[in-house]
Design a protein around this ligand. Sequence first.
Ligand SMILES: NC(=O)c1ccc[n+]([C@@H]2O[C@H](COP(=O)([O-])OP(=O)(O)OC[C@H]3O[C@@H](n4cnc5c(N)ncnc54)[C@H](O)[C@@H]3O)[C@@H](O)[C@H]2O)c1
Length: 432
Amino acid sequence: MKICVIGCGYVGLVSATCFAECGLDVICVDNNAAKIDLLLEGQVPFYEPYLEDLIKKNVDCNSLLFSKDLNAHIADVDAIFLAVGTPMQSDGKADLQYIYSAVEGIRNQLKGYTLIIVKSTVPIGTGDEIERTLLKSVAKENFDVVSNPEFLREGSAISDFMTPDRILVGCENDNSDKIMRDIYASLIANNIPYIKMKRRSAEMAKYAANSFLAMKVSFINEIADLCEATNANVKEVSKAIGYDKRIGNSFLEPGPGYGGSCFPKDVSALINIAHEHGSELRIIEGVKASNNRRKDLLSNRIIKKIKIGNNGDVVSILGVSFKAGTDDVRESPSLSIISNLIDSGVNVKVYDPRAIENYHKIMPDVRTCITLDEAISGADVIVILTEWDEFKNISLSSLKNKMKGNKIFDYRNIFNPETMNKLGFEYYCLGS
Ligand SMILES: NC(=O)c1ccc[n+]([C@@H]2O[C@H](COP(=O)([O-])OP(=O)(O)OC[C@H]3O[C@@H](n4cnc5c(N)ncnc54)[C@H](O)[C@@H]3O)[C@@H](O)[C@H]2O)c1
């Protein structure tokens, strides 16, 4: 089976590599020439654990190929995955320009029967629209459009792809279902559930899943605030409710709010889809408002407790990626929190083990540090925003010695409050 993946981003590149690892012949195409040049030189354009080695292995055995030239390859492939971005527009809707430009790019090039598989997260009905567009130049019997949303998480993308909770396929006929089962044969052989449904249901399921997870994050963040007000402990509460199988124990850790390239945009897109259909999603609208408010709330907690002005405190921010294990800073809560602090006149320096380059690209004027040591040395205040192991493993006694002040705002709850207090830190964490 020969497939083409359009888009060499977090989803496209991981999917292409894993499909090659599963035994398919894969061509991965991107219209960003710099990305393809990097890949052809054996470099990976972003950080994802284990990806570089897996790409090398599959490139070396010729099952994975990279190209800038879509037209050179698509005529002889059995299936084409669309894995381009669907970012948030300023009005909150999903921007589908990359999807439709990719569809335009292929519609006059298809030869024989080709399955078009939408891996990107797209609004309900997009598969129908792609089908209408293709019908302008391709005979009905020469293609099908399938929805196959992706659930991998950055930072654990390879294992998420290889051992997903389920493979979700939205398709409208048996032939496309059969090809999808062939594509995923090695995962299905490993007892990964393959769930087939209507195309529109699959499109909806992806948004519903991400919105539900965002809701869990916002829920525990609000419960954490209430724990603080009532002298309860959110770690204990999370443990108690997480044992309940109906609730489950994941996504119950408080933090600075959800971020990343998916939850914020998918929550906003779903709210817009509901409005367009005269429907209301009051819970999800509440989730969005709660998450936006959280970043201001947590910034204000810092601002209230520190010295601001000419001889004000130096605040060192540890972590800008939206979570550990990735260099992705898209919609990271750190961006808003750091900007809020700077707007209030706080003297800030920023460190992240992987994401500092991406942060510097969007905030070139903010002082960044190359090492953790540089970040903590002389800092009056430390704010932990990402749960990197490098921060968890820091020697607390050397942290105490190197800092000028003693305030720590730990918005990922990575340290033990009693230990921190005993060591003489003024320690603020979440939910206790
Ligand atoms: N990032 C995640 O964790 C994740 C997880 C699940 C689903 N998704 C969804 O997957 C989709 C892709 O997300 P991503 O994070 O990989 O995006 P990304 O921005 O990292 O990558 C998209 C890539 O597509 C390329 N591209 C755009 N138009 C193109 C075209 N016409 N031809 C060839 N290449 C083109 C871009 O240059 C870019 O490299 C989105 O819909 C997203 O919501 C993302």
